[in-house]
Design a binder for this molecule. Sequence first.
Ligand SMILES: [Zn+2]
Length: 235
Amino acid sequence: MFRKMLTLSFDDGTVQDRRLIELIDKYNLRATFNLNSGFFGRKHCITHSGFNVCHDEIEASEARSLYRNHEVAVHTVSHPNLKKVQSDGEIIRQVLDDHKALTELTGKEIFGMAYPCGGDCYDERVIKLISESTHVRYARTTSSHRTFALPENFMTWHPTCDQRDDDLFELAERFIAAEPTEDMLFYVWGHSFELDKPDKSWDRFEKFCETVSAKRDIIYMTNGEVYNYITKNRK
Ligand SMILES: [Zn+2]
């Protein structure tokens, strides 16, 4: 019996995660939230693809209860492009200190990560340092492959697509209709603050959640649960 697994991953821990979590809990989906412990409680706005959006990060005191139904993972202390960080020790510190802060905050075991700063933000040196010197066992990239293939290398775990992807609903329909001949994974990532942009993004994402929810042959998992399932079965 092959599995059809669906997982979500959201970065930066902004206040829009509250509304996002209400939504994904309503549809019984599961997600992983990648947080920067150095930015808890910061208040600021950013310009994102032409729109000015609020990028306030949630307070540390809220993290434990807000993310209780989901997985929390490392996104480094202060979101540097790790490939550009010269000091090996600083790369390890960015991961270890974030891991420690998030573990203390949530009381959960943390072993996942998403690389900060998008596409060109990691290389062999970064991967080796993190694999050998931290608790991180998997790390997500932002390189979409638009398939339902399982990751070949967990330290460069490429997602199916961004939640903004034009093909999001086509991929969803294909995944729902699929009769698996091997394990399949639909992996969608994004940022909750993007959903605040004035183009009905929340409505679109809710429609996506509704579309993929409550299917008897789909298992809704956090990234870490997918990792545990795959590594157990590959042994
Ligand atoms: Zn980020």
